[in-house]
Design a protein around this ligand. Structure first.
Ligand SMILES: Cc1cc2nc3c(=O)[nH]c(=O)nc-3n(C[C@H](O)[C@H](O)[C@H](O)COP(=O)(O)OP(=O)(O)OC[C@H]3O[C@@H](n4cnc5c(N)ncnc54)[C@H](O)[C@@H]3O)c2cc1C
Length: 859
């Protein structure tokens, strides 16, 4: 490391931004004894609260929570005057912080960083500012803000207007008096919604141009909430800790109530309470499932629309103000003070740009397709190039000349939203891929800054000079961020969370929606695992423990967590009867299963008596191909009800008749009873296909787990018996062998519902040791020639994963066509949890496609 002693152009760290993030970063770095230079293009500290001075600008997280918590003394010295403080008060607070800790000495204001280049030889960054300053540093930290880069205007003729033009994000310091003026406001996001009621008080005419109506709830501003102040006074640290380990960075009691099952009375009560509370996290948490379930979301959205219609007198205006093109919460909801009421004033008018688009800004106003408006002033409340705008505005160039904009051309890629591969020692505070804008940012900022400072401290203690994520860790994190977003309704909206407000910006869900607490745990886990996924280098060499920090689907993790909290006894410690009773109890709490065309129960003859079956018919006109399905449960558990949701799901997705058959179970009927029943069921169904509404000759078998085992066996028996001809076999996480030495039994043997001890329990009930090598118990050991095409589904966190893969390999080697479906991030049971595990749906869609393709008439 080349560190010229006392060189004026050398700093240990350069920080961009002197807002909430930059100020605290400077404070922490100084305490590590590092030399730091902070730049901000603003004329003072404060970041967001320096720039956004428009009338009505306030925070929308209660100020008791939207503040630093790192120093109890600081908290004692500052008292907020309102529940939601105004911009001047928050700016005063940040100035107070800067002065209290003597931070200004290291901050250079009115200076923009324009470029930052990594010098691999010297292992340092070269920084250039718009004032021509050049300096070098070891660590380059962008605390440049998620909402600090105003979006460029994409309206024709903006430079023609001769009147006054204002931007909410660059408001004049001396304020604006609109008295007697004709004012246009373009944009109805958070800033517009806060500013409009106040501008309306002065303007002689106010015309609001609305591209997208937004959901907004009344802030009910007033004194700081007494309950929070009391909690804080009683035990400040407990309160702050609750915030740090909460989903959104504000302590709230999460609800378990689902919108889809709540009674109308409960739904109404919960909504009205949240409306009265005037807090974002209350209205976003009316139901536990409103962020993921469209039906549940609609209940809340309908009630908000009802409120808007009850406030706004003119029905046309009310209707135009009702958001209809996105689910509630998928765009940032707003908190307002008298926003909707403002439209009842005679001098205020709404122009809906969907019906009346702007054709151009003119010299004296705005032209729409069918009307010309004259204005004295235009206010643009058009938002930000969020999360990536400020970072990419600087020419950041990493190793081998790679520029950040090039690397992020298809969307940002980060590890934990903190760093990005190829850019050593470059940190972002609340970068894309972190909870950031979905959280109380004061809490998220403190967590990021603390993580970075602690990381630098650890590096110094261990003699490392550079740190950088590995490509594997980063792509794993990007995937996890996408997985978390994908199970929510967020990706359906044209929101700034998705980059959709900026023309040409890649559409990716930018923040991490797993929650503040989960994210904090992830960051802690990375450190606890010796900085998993980071490569650190220094004079003594390099250290890298490569890997992916979260591979499991987020909703699967949640299910496992809920199950663990229930403290159920391990199944293998129960008797078969007790285990069956526990399964039946669990089935009672399932959400409603998918609708199908028709469901009928019947009996078919089996080798030792009748076998019950349940037939699911698709809603479409038949006849349909037929799939004989065998449920899971280790040959011991399960029945027609246990796999009912999966049967229905397979039916509607594959457009096939599903005949789910209940076979004899162990220990009452041991090997080979289940296999014999399966083959008998296949034969009977094939012979009666037409009567069942099926297409004769188009028959497949399917099964999950032990059901997959007997489905595979039935195919082998049918081949040996010269019929019936089977079009395909769908084997979902099947048991294919009795050999439990494969690596997946060790890797996934504990903690993922189906455990290795439980597999022993199942086998012990099902088959004597000598029988376990019989191909009717272990189909992998049978003759695999001449078998029908297969779709083999394996799950990452399944002890059976490797025997599923081994069966796919062996079938392929014997000439069978095999489609492999990997249930990424799933357990043995999660893919089949229809209506509970949302991330299983795309896997089941793939499975259904494979099923359809088994049949010759498939489209
Ligand atoms: C109107 C508004 C209201 C908000 N209300 C809330 C709220 O209630 N709760 C909440 O949690 N969050 C809120 N936010 C989000 C808010 O941005 C964060 O809470 C927080 O203030 C971010 O702090 P920061 O220091 O990370 O970034 P910022 O406050 O945005 O500061 C970044 C600074 O970096 C500077 N900068 C950027 N690039 C450069 C460069 N190249 N060279 C030099 N300087 C540069 C900018 O000038 C800016 O001053 C709000 C945002 C806005 C716009």
């Amino acid at each position: 490391m080349n560190k010229p002693a006392g060189a004026p152009d050398w700093f240990d760290a350069v920080v961009v931004g002197a807002g909430f993030s930059g100020l605290y970063m400077l404070y922490r770095l100084r305490r590590l004894g590092l030399s730091v230079k902070v730049f901000d293009s603003a004329g003072d500290v404060g970041g967001t609260w320096y720039w956004n001075r428009y009338p009505g600008a306030r925070c929308d997280i209660p100020t008791t929570d939207y503040a630093y918590s790192f120093d109890p003394e600081l908290e004692k010295e500052w008292t907020w005057s309102e529940k939601y403080a105004t911009q001047p008060e928050i700016l005063d607070y940040l100035r107070f912080v800067a002065d209290r800790y003597g931070l200004r000495a290291d901050i250079e204001l009115s200076t923009s960083v324009t470029s930052a280049h990594w010098d691999e030889q010297e292992r340092r960054w070269s920084i250039v500012t718009d004032r021509g300053t050049r300096l070098r540093c070891r660590y380059y930290i962008m605390a440049s803000g998620c909402l600090s880069m105003p979006k460029s205007l994409d309206i024709k003729g903006t430079d023609r207007f001769a009147g006054n033009v204002y931007f909410t994000s660059r408001w004049p310091h001396e304020g604006v008096d609109f008295t007697g003026q004709r004012v246009a406001v373009i944009g109805t996001g958070s800033s517009g919604i806060q500013a409009i009621p106040l501008i309306a008080r002065q303007a002689s005419q106010l015309t609001v141009f609305q591209r997208t109506p937004n959901f907004s709830v009344p802030a009910h501003n007033g004194p700081a909430p007494a309950d929070r102040l009391t909690r804080l006074a009683q035990d400040r640290e407990e309160y702050r800790d609750a915030a740090r380990w909460s989903p959104g960075g504000v302590p709230v009691e999460p609800t378990g109530i689902l919108g889809v099952t709540a009674s109308e009375t409960v739904a109404r009560e919960r909504f009205e309470d949240a409306w009265r509370a005037g807090q974002l996290f209350s209205i976003l948490g009316v139901f536990a499932d409103q962020g993921v379930n469209p039906a549940s979301n609609k209940i809340v959205a309908d009630m908000i629309r009802e409120k808007i219609r009850s406030i706004v007198h003119d029905p046309w205006t009310a209707d135009a103000l009702c958001p209809k093109d996105h689910y509630f919460g998928t765009k940032r909801p707003c908190l307002d003070t008298g926003y909707f009421e403002t439209y009842n004033l005679p001098h205020v008018r709404l122009v809906d740009l969907h019906r009346q688009p702007i054709t151009s800004i003119t010299e004296d106003g705005i032209d729409t397709a069918d009307e010309s408006f004259g204005f004295d002033a235009i206010v643009y409340a058009t938002g930000f190039d969020a999360m990536t705008g400020a970072v990419e505005a600087v020419d950041v160039t990493g190793r081998d000349g790679l520029s950040l904009t090039e690397k992020w051309a298809a969307g940002p890629s980060t590890y934990l939203g903190l760093m990005t591969a190829g850019f050593p020692n470059f940190f972002m505070i609340t970068g894309p891929g972190s909870p950031s804008v979905l959280s109380n940012m004061a809490v998220s900022i403190e967590q990021h800054v603390d993580w970075v400072a602690d990381c630098l401290k650890d590096m110094s203690a261990e003699g490392f000079e550079t740190i950088e994520p590995t490509p594997l860790a980063e792509s794993g994190w990007d995937q996890h961020v996408r997985d978390c977003g994908a199970i929510t309704l967020h990706p359906t909206a044209n929101s700034w969370y998705m980059g959709a407000n900026v023309p040409g910006k890649p559409r990716v869900f930018l923040p991490y929606i797993g929650g503040v607490a989960v994210y904090r745990q992830v960051c802690d886990d990375v450190v606890a695992q010796d900085y998993l996924g980071f490569r650190r280098t220094g004079p003594g060499g390099e250290r890298c423990r490569d890997g992916v920090i979260r591979r499991m689907q987020p909703d699967v993790s949640l299910v496992l967590q809920v199950m663990a909290e229930m403290g159920l006894p391990p199944m293998e410690t129960l008797s078969a009867g007790e285990a069956r009773a526990m399964m039946a109890l669990a089935a009672e709490t399932r959400p409603p299963s998918p609708e199908v065309g028709e469901v009928t129960d019947g009996l078919m003859p089996g080798p030792a008596g009748d076998l019950p079956y349940r037939l699911y018919r698709p809603p479409s006109a038949g006849p349909h191909p037929v799939v004989v399905y065998f449920h899971g449960g280790g040959w011991v558990l399960g029945d027609l009800d246990s796999d009912d949701p999966l049967g229905r799901d397979l039916c509607v997705r594959s457009d096939a008749v599903i005949v789910s058959v209940n076979y004899r179970h162990a220990p009452e009927a041991r090997f080979p009873a289940a296999a014999e029943d399966a083959f008998a069921a296949l034969r009977w169904t094939a012979a009666h296909a037409a009567e069942l509404g099926g297409i004769p000759g188009q028959i497949a078998v399917a099964g999950w787990s032990a059901g997959g085992n007997i489905a595979a066996v039935a195919c082998q028996l049918a081949r040996d018996a010269d019929g019936p001809r089977v079009s395909g076999q769908l084997l979902i996480c099947p048991v294919t062998d009795s050999d439990m030495t494969r690596p997946s039994y060790a890797e996934n043997g504990d903690g993922y519902v189906l455990t290795t001890p439980l597999m022993h329990w199942f086998w012990n009930y099902y088959a004597d040791q000598p029988d376990r090598g019989d191909p009717r118990a272990a189909p992998l050991r049978g003759n695999l020639d001449g078998l029908p095409p297969a779709c083999v589904v394996t799950a990452d966190f399944d002890p059976l994963r490797d025997e599923g893969l081994a069966y796919a390999d062996a079938l392929e080697a014997s000439g069978a066509q095999v489609r492999r479906v990997r249930a990424r991030g799933h357990t043995h049971t999660s893919v089949t949890m229809v209506g509970v595990v949302i991330s299983g749906a795309p896997v089941r869609a793939e499975i259904a496609e494979a099923l359809r393709n088994f049949f010759p008439s498939a489209p």
